[in-house]
Design a protein around this ligand. Structure first.
Ligand SMILES: C[S@@+](CC[C@H](N)C(=O)[O-])C[C@H]1O[C@@H](n2cnc3c(N)ncnc32)[C@H](O)[C@@H]1O
Length: 375
């Protein structure tokens, strides 16, 4: 174990070795968190003041500029080895309006590319992250437009689909589009044909573009924790009448499965309230995995828990800390603000271990090769 001065020395050395990165749509800073110690954010931007409070509580304050990307001028940005963009998903997700890649919110990806165009040197590695709809909606046309636009700027481009459930007990598939300066040679980081991270949706999208790079990523070991491992048993549960009401919303088939599953042991069942045939129901999962965290816009988009302990059932919402654990965030990461602010910050974010895996095995090796090219 490293202590005191030794730990500070190691941190200082890591910081010096870390390559500079730009973080667009930085939110609460989970991409920056995940990319340490390979990259250090030297500039970040997000429009949301509330998320900025969390970003600043965990990363150097001076790095983050709060404001619309529309106002960012690329010529003012420092040179960097990588640019990360988790651009808004509302127009690409089934929960949103599927308006597409030219709609006002998801269309901010074009602002990102405009800023990169204005830089003195474009970063040699670029990453755009979004929901599955980026490749699956509109017959792949959204993906094609983003892919070709990055490729037209001198990058070799491919996408991978990574589900957070490979690392944490949350189902959260996300698409990562990765481009590298076409002069960088990285043959062993590519492969001839699709891998585990290129499921059908990615393969179909790849068929629609000119040149698609099949990035070579090692398959992670299987997930090591279950939802029941991250539950905070000291969190207050709903008052009795509310719990009774929530339990009454569970459809009969789910109730039967729940009663069968408890079998006398403490158990947690996550679920969302939905409207089915005009009636509100609370639908549960039984695999000890949480459903995808979403941005809360009302009671129904926050994930509920039905808990069974000492012979009785109770209900409550997931706590912010539980939501953070489902994103693979360490417990010492400070999440600032009221319940909805913290829950939203986590529901909008990228899962830390997913980005860490991608960084360690692909982004950092690519950026190091690119740095040698420039030296
Ligand atoms: C999918 S979230 C990214 C979250 C981030 N990766 C994280 O880990 O917290 C998209 C982000 O885009 C930001 N955003 C929306 N419109 C913006 C704009 N016009 N300029 C800059 N940021 C914007 C939102 O505040 C939100 O944090």
């Amino acid at each position: 174990m490293l202590r005191g001065r030794n730990r500070s020395l190691v941190r200082a050395r890591n910081l010096r070795a870390a390559l500079p990165a730009l973080e667009f749509f930085a939110g609460s800073g989970l991409a920056a968190e995940a990319m340490k110690p390979f990259f250090r954010a030297v500039w970040a931007n997000d429009i949301c003041e509330k998320k900025a409070a969390t970003y600043r509580a965990n990363h150097p304050r001076e790095v983050l500029r709060v404001g619309g990307i529309e106002q960012v001028r690329g010529g003012d940005l420092p040179d960097a080895a990588l640019a990360w963009a988790s651009f808004p998903c509302q127009d690409l997700s089934l929960a949103g309006n599927l308006g597409g890649i030219d709609s006002p919110r998801s269309g901010l990806v074009w602002q990102w590319l405009r800023v990169l165009d204005e830089m003195h040197h474009r970063p040699p590695v670029v990453v755009a992250e979004n929901v599955l709809g980026l490749v699956s909606a509109a017959g792949g046309a959204n993906y094609r437009d983003v892919h070709e636009a990055i490729a037209a700027r001198g990058y070799r481009v491919g996408a991978v689909l990574l589900d957070a459930v490979r690392f944490v007990p949350q189902s959260r598939p996300r698409v990562f589009v990765i481009g590298v300066d076409e002069r960088v040679r990285a043959d062993e980081l590519e492969c001839e044909s699709p891998l585990w991270c290129h499921p059908e949706a990615i393969r179909r999208a790849a068929d629609r573009v000119h040149r698609f790079v099949w990035w070579n990523l090692p398959e992670p070991r299987s997930m090591t924790s279950a939802l029941s491992d991250i539950i905070d048993h000291s969190a207050p549960t709903d008052p009795e009448p509310k719990a009774r009401h929530n339990l009454s919303l569970i459809p009969p088939g789910h109730r039967a499965r729940m009663l069968k599953a408890v079998n006398g042991k403490p158990t947690a069942f996550p679920g969302y309230k939905r409207t089915r045939s005009g009636r509100q129901v609370l639908e549960l999962r039984f695999d000890d995995i949480a459903g995808c965290l979403r941005t809360p816009r009302g009671g129904s988009s926050r994930q509920a828990l039905v808990l069974y302990r000492q012979g009785r059932f109770s209900t409550r919402l997931l706590t912010v800390r539980e939501a953070a654990r489902l994103m693979g965030v360490r417990d010492s990461y400070r999440i600032v603000g009221a319940y909805n602010d913290g829950y939203k910050a986590m529901g909008d974010a990228v899962a830390v271990p997913v980005v860490r895996h991608l960084t360690r095995f692909l982004l950092a090796p690519l950026a190091k090769r690119a740095a040698r090219l420039r030296a």
